[in-house]
Design a protein around this ligand. Structure first.
Ligand SMILES: Cc1cc2nc3c(=O)[nH]c(=O)nc-3n(C[C@H](O)[C@H](O)[C@H](O)COP(=O)(O)OP(=O)(O)OC[C@H]3O[C@@H](n4cnc5c(N)ncnc54)[C@H](O)[C@@H]3O)c2cc1C
Length: 492
């Protein structure tokens, strides 16, 4: 019961208010991280959401790219750790091998790949169940625009369906680039999506392309026990990455017995009776049992009906977007690898979330590539965040930098880790941390304090004054920050 005040009329009983605005209709084309994260955000904002996917939920990220490659690399990482066993006083408990030719552990690739495929499928099923439980309508099929507010779906089970939309998000991803003279056959000449059909370790794998994908697979297959030749058209592996980190990885590759061919452009790959012959632009040839083509990706934007809606693309076929994921057409947004902004699952998901926040009237923070953390899953890993040394040099910003070898870290010594370093960049005047590089086993986990520092604009002194566990690998991050304090202002 509520008390009433004499002389003041009682307000009429509250009527339940009914939101008479119709829910926005959102159609998402593509069910990778760019698409499915956005679909969930849109549902939470009260929209009616339809998601169209032709291959399987989770997209290439879950089914062929991130999840399978990192699951395979988990086995490779275990093999790399096992290499340190003798140094740590562990010996093979079996019968000693007098020839020394048999390693203590052998990889059963059929089992490894069965695990990879099952793990990816399970994650795809989880995503599907989550979307459906949140009320997203999932349509299996190929979607294309028919004007800015309509998506036509060629359903996988036959028939065509038309879905009207107030907002469309295109998140169609990318597929492996192929060369006409080196067409993959799925048996000996492979793209990374075809590797998981292998049931036996390739005897000699020729990896064409030394970008992130080529380097990750070359390193992984070497650790799994294959002979590996890495064919790189550039001066060194991982062009575009931190030069010290790339140099270290190339040295580690060579020390492990990988053949790294620099300044060697592959022109063709053909099958021979029992393997593959790769011919380089200068006429040299490389023989292998298998060849992995890792020469980049092309955006999946053809056949999407972009022209019917006036959605502009770049010269490379990527969809043009701004920092809130808007395309050139009102109401049509795009996210992920089809935009070519930065090909990472985390960036795709963020672009998708930003698109929905913008479209459905929620608070929007535009995409900031300066705070993206990325990791290359070689052994050791290379994790980076914020400004790179190259970008700082180009921009003319006055910065200080310091680098500490991992081998000096007490925990690294105990663990038998020799290769790696921590490098920080800070503004010369303010001391604000602008970026950093960690090269170490599990660098992808270790980089987080630097990510926090960059995102929250902490100074090197803030990092230096924070406690780290003793002994710990992260102790090196605080130690590098301390050396930055002592570096004379203005020096590089
Ligand atoms: C080998 C490899 C390893 C990688 N590892 C990492 C990593 O460790 N960390 C990381 O952050 N990133 C990694 N990446 C990058 C990451 O895979 C991509 O950035 C991410 O998949 C992009 O997500 P997306 O949603 O844009 O596209 P995708 O994941 O490619 O999903 C797009 C989906 O759209 C579907 N589709 C396309 N066209 C249509 C259509 N017309 N109708 C219906 N459906 C359609 C496709 O079938 C696909 O399922 C890796 C990439 C590769 C190649």
């Amino acid at each position: 019961m509520t008390a009433t005040t004499p002389g003041i009329a009682e307000p009429p009983p509250e009527q339940p208010t009914e939101d008479v605005r119709p829910a926005s209709r959102v159609v998402v084309v593509g069910g990778g991280p760019g698409g499915y994260e956005a679909a969930l955000v849109a549902r939470r904002a009260g929209a009616e959401v339809t998601l169209v996917e032709q291959q399987g939920l989770g997209g290439a990220a879950v089914l062929t790219d991130v999840v399978p490659s990192k699951t395979l690399i988990a086995t490779a990482e275990w093999m790399t750790i096992a290499e340190r066993a003798p140094e740590l006083g562990i010996r093979d408990g079996g019968v000693p091998d007098p020839t020394g030719t048999h390693p203590a552990h052998l990889v059963d690739l059929a089992r490894v790949n069965a695990r990879v495929v099952e793990l990816a499928a399970a994650q795809s099923r989880d995503i599907c169940a989550r979307l459906e439980s949140e009320g997203v309508r999932v349509l299996d099929g190929h979607g294309r625009l028919d004007g800015p507010q309509r998506v036509v779906v060629d359903r996988t089970d036959g028939g065509t369906e038309t879905v009207d939309a107030d907002v469309v998000l295109l998140a169609t991803g990318a597929t492996p680039r192929t060369l006409p003279e080196a067409m993959p056959d799925g048996e000996r000449i492979l793209t990374w999506t075809q590797l998981y059909d292998l049931t036996e370790l390739p005897e000699r794998l020729v990896v064409v392309g030394s970008g992130v994908t080529g380097a990750e697979f070359a390193g992984a297959y070497k650790a799994l026990g294959a002979q590996v030749v890495l064919v790189s058209s550039r001066d060194r592996v991982l062009p575009g990455e931190d030069a010290d980190a790339a140099e270290l990885i190339e040295d580690v590759f060579r020390q492990r017995g990988m053949e790294v061919m620099s300044r060697s452009r592959a022109q063709s790959a053909v099958r021979t009776d029992d393997g593959v012959l790769v011919t380089l632009a200068d006429g040299r040839t490389v023989e292998g049992s298998h060849c992995l083509m890792a020469v980049g990706s092309v955006p999946s934007t053809s056949g999407l009906g972009l022209e019917t809606a006036g959605v502009r693309t770049t010269r490379t076929g990527h969809i043009e977007v701004d920092r809130v994921s808007r395309t050139s057409t009102r109401g049509v947004y795009a996210a992920g690898d089809c935009t070519g902004v930065l090909p990472l699952a985390s960036v795709a998901a963020m672009q998708g979330r930003i698109a929905m926040a913008h479209a459905l009237g929620d608070a929007v923070v535009p995409l900031d590539l300066q705070v993206v953390a990325a990791n290359i899953f070689t052994a050791p890993e290379i994790a980076t965040v914020g400004a790179s040394q190259n970008s700082l040099e180009e921009s003319g910003v006055r910065y200080r930098t310091s680098m500490l070898e991992l081998a000096r870290n007490p925990r690294a010594k105990m663990l038998g880790m020799h290769d790696g370093f921590v490098k920080l960049f800070a503004h010369a005047t303010t001391g604000i941390v602008l970026g950093g590089v960690v090269v170490a086993p599990r660098a992808g986990e270790l980089v987080f304090p630097i990510t926090l520092a960059v995102a929250q604009r902490l100074t090197a002194d803030d990092v230096a004054q924070s406690f780290t566990v003793y002994p710990s690998l992260s102790g090196s991050i605080a130690e590098v920050a301390r050396t930055l304090h002592h570096t004379e202002v203005g020096s590089r």
